[in-house]
Design a protein around this ligand. Structure first.
Ligand code: BG6
Length: 451
C-alpha cells in the first residue's frame, strides 16, 4: 500500500532545502513508492509555481525531472513571515493533506521557539518532527529542547537528523565488524592501539558563513556527526537491528565517552585557515570570508582526543578531527593495531597493520605486512582494497526513508543528542576561555605544522 504523508519544510527558503533535502527526497521517491505532498514555508517570497520548479529541478539532479510530475500538483509554498506565530502554524498544519512530517530546516533558537509555539497547535495524530542539527547550542539548551519536544509527540516520532547515519559506510561498519571473525576478534583495546575518525574537507564556507561562524568545526562536525560514527565503531553488537537496540548501544558508548584525561587543554586543538589555494580555487582567509566576525575566533579545523571508558576500549585514544579548506579530502575511520614483537630473521619489527574504513565511499583498506617481493627475508607493506558501489539513495534520501516509514533507527535519540553536548562541553568551555591557542593553516595545506 502506498504510504501518504505531507512533508512541511519550515525554513524552506534556505540552502539546505535546495542543496540536500529536495535532492535527497528525489533520490528516495525515484526508487520507492510514497505519496508525498511537499509543502514549503519560509519568509522568502516564492509562488507555488516556483516551488514546483525547484522540486522538478531537484529531481533533475538525481533522476528524470519528469519523475517529479506526480508530486507537483499537491505541492505548495506558503510565504510565512513569522514561523513562530501560532495561528500561522495552525494554518500550515491545516494545509497538510496527510499526516504531517514537520521538518525544521531552521537555526536552533528558531526551532526551539517554533516547538514552544506548537504546544498551542492541534497536532494531528501521528505527526512526526524532523530536526536539523545542531540540536540546541549546548547541553542545557538541548535538554530544554528535548523536554519541549516530549510535550508535543512521543520520542518514536522525533527524528533528530544526522545525515552521516544515512551514509552507506556508517551501517557497513556494523556489517563489517560483526559478520567477520577477522575483525570482531581484534576489535578491542588489547589489539587496537588507536582509532582516528577523520573528516577533512577541501570545501571552504560555500556561502554559509552566517551559520558556520557560530558553529565552527567542533559543533558542525565533531559534536554533530563524528561522535555518532564513534558510537558505531565502538558499540557492542545490538541483539536486534532496530531503533531500540541499536540506539541503546550507541548511547551506552556515548555515556562512557569523555575527553582524554578529562583535560581539554592538552587534548584538543583548533585552527583556522588563512588565504591559500585548494586545487585551482583561491580562498581568502577565513577571517575575511563574508558573514564572518573574526573576533568570534571560530575554528575551521578541530581535533579532540577522547576515551571510551568500557572494558573493551579503556586506554585507547579515539582521535576525532575535521576541518575545511584542507588540501586533501579524507573521510576515514583509521584503526591502528598494536605492534607485534620483532620477528627474528626479518630485519626488525614490522610496522603495525591498520584498517581503514572510508565513511563516504564504503571502501575498506587493510594495510598488511608481508614478505618483501624481491627478498623474502625482508618485510614490506601491502594494501588490500575492497570497494563498494554507491547505494541507490543519497544520505539524505536514506534518512528521509526512515522518517517517511516512521522508523527512527537512523536518527539521533534524545539522550544521544545530550551526551554529544556533554562530551564536547569541556572543550567548548576551554576554547571559550582561550585556554587552547587558535592556530592557523594555509587553505589547501594539510593543517598546521606538527598536527
Ligand atoms: C554538514 C556540515 O552537516 O556536513 C557541513 O554542516 C559539512 O559543514 C557536511 O560540509 C559534510 O557532509 P557531506 O555529506 O557534505 O560530506
Amino acid at each position: 500500500m502506498t504510504k501518504s504523508v505531507s512533508i512541511l519544510i519550515l525554513g524552506a527558503g534556505g540552502d539546505l532545502t535546495k542543496r540536500l533535502l529536495l535532492p535527497g527526497l528525489a533520490s528516495l521517491l525515484s526508487v520507492h513508492d510514497y505519496d508525498v505532498q511537499v509543502l514549503g514555508a519560509a519568509r522568502e517570497e516564492r509562488t507555488d509555481e516556483q516551488w514546483r520548479q525547484l522540486i522538478r529541478d531537484s529531481f533533475g539532479q538525481v533522476t528524470d525531472p519528469a519523475d517529479a510530475d506526480r508530486f507537483l500538483e499537491s505541492a505548495r509554498y506558503i510565504v510565512t513571515p513569522d514561523v513562530t506565530d501560532v495561528a500561522r502554524l495552525q494554518e500550515l498544519i491545516a494545509a497538510c493533506d496527510h499526516t504531517p512530517i514537520i521538518y525544521f530546516a531552521l537555526p536552533p533558537a528558531v526551532t526551539a521557539a517554533v516547538c514552544a509555539a506548537l504546544r498551542q497547535v492541534d497536532l494531528p495524530e501521528g505527526t512526526r518532527l524532523a530536526l536539523e542539527k545542531p540540536f540546541g547550542t549546548d547541553l542545557r539548551s538541548a535538554r530544554a529542547l528535548n523536554r519541549l519536544i516530549a510535550q508535543l509527540v512521543p520520542e518514536e516520532q522525533v527524528f533528530r537528523i544526522d545525515h552521516f547515519l544515512g551514509m552507506s559506510m556508517v551501517l557497513n561498519i556494523l556489517g563489517l565488524r560483526f559478520a567477520n571473525q577477522l575483525f570482531e576478534a581484534v576489535w578491542n583495546g588489547r589489539r587496537i592501539e588507536r582509532v582516528e575518525i577523520v573528516y577533512d574537507e577541501t570545501l571552504g564556507l560555500e556561502g554559509r558563513g552566517g551559520y558556520y561562524d557560530h558553529a565552527g568545526a567542533l559543533i558542525d562536525m565533531l559534536q554533530s556527526h563524528l561522535l555518532e560514527v564513534l558510537a558505531l565503531v565502538a558499540m557492542e553488537q545490538p541483539p536486534k537491528l532496530n531503533e531500540v537496540e541499536l540506539r541503546s548501544n550507541a548511547a551506552q558508548v556515548l555515556r562512557a565517552t569523555h575527553v582524554w584525561d578529562d583535560d581539554p587543554v592538552a587534548n584538543s586543538r583548533r585552527a583556522r585557515y588563512t588565504a591559500g589555494k585548494v586545487g585551482d580555487r583561491s580562498l581568502p582567509s577565513y577571517a575575511d570570508e563574508p558573514g564572518v566576525d573574526p573576533a568570534l575566533k571560530t575554528e575551521t579545523l578541530a581535533q579532540v582526543t577522547v576515551e571510551i571508558d568500557t572494558a573493551r576500549w579503556r586506554g585507547v585514544p579515539f582521535v576525532l578531527r575535521s576541518g575545511k579548506a584542507l588540501g586533501e579530502k579524507v573521510t576515514q575511520v583509521r584503526v591502528h593495531m598494536r605492534p607485534v614483537p620483532e620477528i627474528p630473521g626479518f630485519g626488525g619489527a614490522p610496522a603495525p597493520d591498520s584498517i581503514m574504513l572510508d565513511v563516504k565511499s564504503g571502501a575498506v583498506e587493510l594495510d598488511l605486512t608481508m614478505n618483501g617481493s624481491g627478498d623474502p627475508f625482508t618485510l614490506e607493506r601491502s594494501t588490500l582494497v575492497a570497494k563498494k558501489e554507491p547505494g541507490d539513495l543519497l544520505p539524505y534520501g536514506q534518512v528521509l526513508h526512515g522518517i517517511l516509514d516512521g522508523d527512527p533507527l537512523l536518527s539521533v535519540r534524545a539522550d544521544m543528542a545530550e551526551e554529544c553536548w556533554r562530551i564536547m562541553g569541556p572543550v567548548l568551555r576551554a576554547w571559550k576561555k582561550d585556554e587552547v591557542p587558535l592556530e592557523e593553516y594555509p587553505a589547501g595545506s594539510s593543517g598546521p605544522e606538527g598536527w
